[in-house]
Design a protein around this ligand. Structure first.
Ligand SMILES: Cc1cc2nc3c(=O)[nH]c(=O)nc-3n(C[C@H](O)[C@H](O)[C@H](O)COP(=O)(O)O)c2cc1C
Length: 389
C-alpha cells in the first residue's frame, strides 16, 4: 500500500516482496551495510580507488559530520498526497534534484563500468556526468546512455588541440554541459592508493579518451596500439594543466556554446569569479575528501557560496550525500541539486547496472518519503524553514 502518490516510494513494496520471498541475493538498503557489502567484494586496488581519501580522511568524515549536524523540523497536515521531485537544471528537466557524480576508472569496480552506471541513470532519466578519467570513451558512454541526459566532466588537458578535440567530440556525442573540475589538476596525497594501488594509469584505465582521440594520436609517431610507451609518456604530459588560471576560461567558452559548470568550489570568492567568467552553474565540492585533508566539508561551505552567487546561477553540491534526508538538507541550504558519488559505486560493485538502479531507487524512495513526512509536497517548496535554527 502506498499512501503517498510518489512513483519512487513504491520501490519499498518491491523490496518487501523480495524479502518475503526470501531472496538471498537481495542488495542491502541500509547505506552503511551497502558500503560494507561492496567493500567485501572489491579488490584491494578497487577499494583503494573507491575509498581513497586525502591524508587521514578528515574531510571524508567532515562531509558526513556536516550532514549530521543539520536537523530537520517536520511539519504536518499539509496535503502531501502527491509528491513532486522534478526540477529544471541548466535546461534539463530532471525527474529529481539528482545527478550521478563524475567518477573515473569504473572498470576497476565492475567489468561493465561506466556503461552500466550510464544505463541505470538513463533508465530513470537521471543525468550521468561522464568523467575525463572514464574507463570508456565519451562516445561509448553516450551510446550506453541512449536518449538519457548527459554532461561531460573535463580535466583540462595541457594541449589546446586536444582540448578542442575533446570539446568537439562531446558536443557531437550529445552531451549538454561541460563540467570543468578545478580541484584535481594533480591527485591529492592518498595513502591508501599509494600503499595498495598506484594511480589509475598503472591499472591501465582512465586514459581511454586520450588513446581514442585524433588530436592526441596525431602527436604520436606511431599509434598507441603499437607503441604504448610513447603514448603513456605523451599522456602523462598532456593529461592535466596545473598552470590553468581563471583567464583561460574564456578560451573554453569560445570553443563551445555548451553551458559551463565549474566543479570543486569551496570559497565564495571563487564562486563569484566562476560566475563572472561565465559559469552557468557551480558545484560546491571537495572531491569527496580526496584532495585536501582538512578541507572544509562541502555542506558547510554551501551557504556562503549560495549567498555569493545570489541566485544568479544554480549551486550544486556533492560530498557525503547518502540518504533522502541528506538531499533535503542540501536543498534546504540552497543547493539546486546534488551529485551522488560513492554510493552508486557500491551498487555497481555488487550488481553492475542493476546495483546502480537499486541504489538510485532507494535514494529516490527515501527522498520522496522524507519530503512527505516533512510536510513538503514539492522540492520547489523546500527552503531553510525546514531546518532547526
Ligand atoms: C573513485 C572516485 C573517482 C572520482 N573521479 C572523479 C573524476 O574523474 N572527476 C571528478 O570531477 N570527480 C571525481 N570524483 C569526485 C566525485 O565526482 C565527487 O565529487 C565525490 O565522489 C563526492 O563525494 P562522495 O562520493 O563521498 O559523496 C571521484 C570520486 C571517487 C570516489
Amino acid at each position: 500500500v502506498v499512501e503517498t502518490t510518489g512513483e519512487y516510494s513504491a520501490y519499498r513494496e518491491r523490496l518487501y516482496e523480495h524479502r518475503r520471498a526470501g531472496d538471498a541475493e537481495a542488495l542491502p538498503v541500509d547505506p552503511a551495510e551497502l558500503e560494507r557489502a561492496a567493500a567485501a567484494v572489491l579488490s584491494d586496488v578497487a577499494s583503494a580507488h573507491v575509498f581513497g581519501g586525502a591524508g587521514g580522511g578528515e574531510t571524508i568524515r567532515a562531509n558526513r559530520e556536516a550532514f549530521q549536524r543539520v536537523r530537520l523540523v517536520p511539519r504536518f497536515l499539509r496535503d502531501v498526497s502527491a509528491i513532486r521531485l522534478g526540477r529544471r537544471v541548466l535546461g534539463d528537466e530532471l525527474p529529481a534534484p539528482l545527478l550521478l557524480a563524475p567518477i573515473g576508472g569504473q572498470a576497476l569496480v565492475h567489468a561493465d563500468g561506466e556503461r552500466a552506471s550510464a544505463r541505470a541513470a538513463a533508465a530513470l532519466g537521471i543525468p550521468v556526468i561522464a568523467s575525463t578519467r572514464s574507463s570508456a570513451t565519451p562516445e561509448q558512454i553516450a551510446e550506453a546512455a541512449g536518449a538519457g541526459p548527459r554532461w561531460f566532466q573535463l580535466y583540462w588537458p595541457a594541449d589546446d588541440g586536444i582540448l578542442a578535440s575533446f570539446v568537439g567530440r562531446v558536443e557531437r556525442a550529445g552531451y549538454s554541459a561541460i563540467v570543468l573540475t578545478v580541484d584535481c589538476f594533480t591527485q591529492g596525497w592518498r595513502p591508501l592508493e599509494i600503499d595498495l594501488a598506484g594511480p589509475l594509469e598503472v591499472q591501465g584505465v582512465g586514459s581511454e579518451i586520450f588513446l581514442s582521440d585524433p588530436a592526441f594520436r596525431s602527436m604520436l609517431a606511431r599509434p598507441p596500439e603499437e607503441d604504448r610507451e610513447a603514448a603513456g609518456q605523451l599522456y602523462r604530459r598532456a593529461r592535466s594543466h596545473p598552470a590553468l588560471s581563471w583567464d583561460d576560461l574564456g578560451r573554453l567558452r569560445e570553443l563551445s556554446s555548451l553551458p559551463l559548470v565549474v566543479k570543486g568550489i569551496l570559497h565564495p570568492d571563487d564562486a563569484r569569479e566562476a560566475v563572472a567568467r561565465g559559469a552557468a552553474a557551480v558545484v560546491c565540492s571537495n572531491h569527496g575528501g580526496r584532495q585536501v585533508d582538512g578541507a572544509i566539508a562541502s555542506l558547510e561551505a554551501l551557504p556562503a557560496i549560495v549567498d555569493a552567487v545570489g541566485g544568479s546561477v544554480p549551486v550544486l553540491l556533492d560530498g557525503g550525500v547518502r540518504s533522502g534526508s541528506d538531499v533535503v538538507k542540501a536543498l534546504a541550504l540552497g543547493a539546486a541539486a546534488v551529485l551522488l558519488g560513492r554510493p552508486f559505486l557500491y551498487g555497481l560493485a555488487l550488481a553492475g547496472e542493476e546495483g546502480v538502479d537499486h541504489v538510485l531507487r532507494c535514494l529516490l524512495g527515501d527522498l520522496e518519503l522524507t519530503l512527505a513526512l516533512c510536510g513538503i509536497a514539492s522540492v520547489a517548496e523546500l527552503d531553510g524553514r525546514i531546518l532547526s535554527p
